[in-house]
Design a protein around this ligand. Structure first.
Ligand code: NAP
Length: 244
């Protein structure tokens, strides 16, 4: 089983499904209404905590689990760790390497969205928020700041006095991000350190415009075996299929 919600999970499912010795099922939380459909089997929705996931692993006779969720999806990764330990199932985490700041970058690292919202008034008045819906609430009450908020699906959260919501899905190029930030006269970017190429354009654009970036720190990784690329995860699976 592949726990998904990332481009890497879709790519790993494609490669695994091409191997006739592997029966692959991907799992999505169901946050977006039109997700990219991975190759192989698919189930959608929460399991109901560790116990629910454990039941699913038993009922589906799952014998290997790759956690290819987003680096900030800490709850499901923790649950997968617990459930796999209890079921005696081997688990691998596929975690994208984080972006690294370069000497000219003006990153301000903060522990969470609330800390980013607290620092924002010192840094800018026209902020670009590139966070998920659930992280937005803490920004809504910030008076005196105009927000540009980009979401995969626009169901604007309530409470924002002064904001423009745009709906778009990556990948985003550096040029497009530069144009967007210039058009809206953005003076501060708020971002997670998602890593990967698809959303790196905003980091490059902020660097070019010398903008401060409030960078929300990653939660601690789930522990256990970990790889950084789809190819390594494919090798891990292949090795176990050959040995099994
Ligand atoms: P989370 O906080 O770690 O998980 C919250 C709950 O959502 C989990 O307890 C689980 O519900 C359910 N869930 C999460 N991922 C699931 C999956 N792949 N399959 C089945 N259930 C899942 O997760 P999140 O941060 O809300 O992220 C949700 C999904 O969006 C993840 O799959 C992640 O890969 C993707 N995503 C997240 C981010 C981000 O910034 N957090 C960014 C891009 C994509 P139960 O306890 O009921 O099992």
């Amino acid at each position: 089983m592949i726990l998904g919600g990332t481009a890497e999970a879709v790519e790993l499912a494609r490669r695994a499904a091409a191997n006739p010795k592997i029966e692959v099922v991907s799992s999505l939380a169901g946050r977006t209404s039109r997700p990219r459909r991975p190759a192989g089997g698919l189930r959608v929705g929460g399991f109901g905590g560790v116990d629910g996931l454990l039941d699913y692993l038993h009922q589906g006779a799952i014998d290997l689990l790759v956690d290819a969720t987003h680096p900030y999806a800490a709850v499901i990764s923790h649950n997968a760790d617990q459930a796999c330990r209890r079921a005696g199932i081997e688990r691998l985490s596929l975690v994208r390497p984080a972006w690294r700041a370069e000497p000219n970058d003006r990153w301000i690292e903060v522990p969470d969205a609330a800390a980013a919202a607290a620092r924002l008034p010192d840094l800018g008045h026209r902020a670009f928020l590139t966070l998920g819906r659930r992280d937005l609430e803490v920004f809504a009450s910030r008076a005196g700041i105009w927000f540009l908020v980009r979401l995969i699906e626009v169901r604007p959260p309530t409470g924002f006095a002064d904001a423009t919501f745009i709906q778009d899905r990556g990948p985003f190029t550096r040029q497009a991000e530069l144009a967007l930030m210039r058009e809206h006269r953005i003076d501060c970017l708020v971002s997670k350190n998602s890593g990967g190429e698809a959303t790196h354009g905003k980091i490059l654009a902020a660097r070019e415009l010398s903008l401060p970036v409030l960078m929300i720190a990653r939660p601690p990784p789930p522990g256990g075996a970990q790889v950084a690329s789809v190819m390594e995860a494919q090798d891990w699976l292949g090795q176990r299929i050959r040995e099994g």
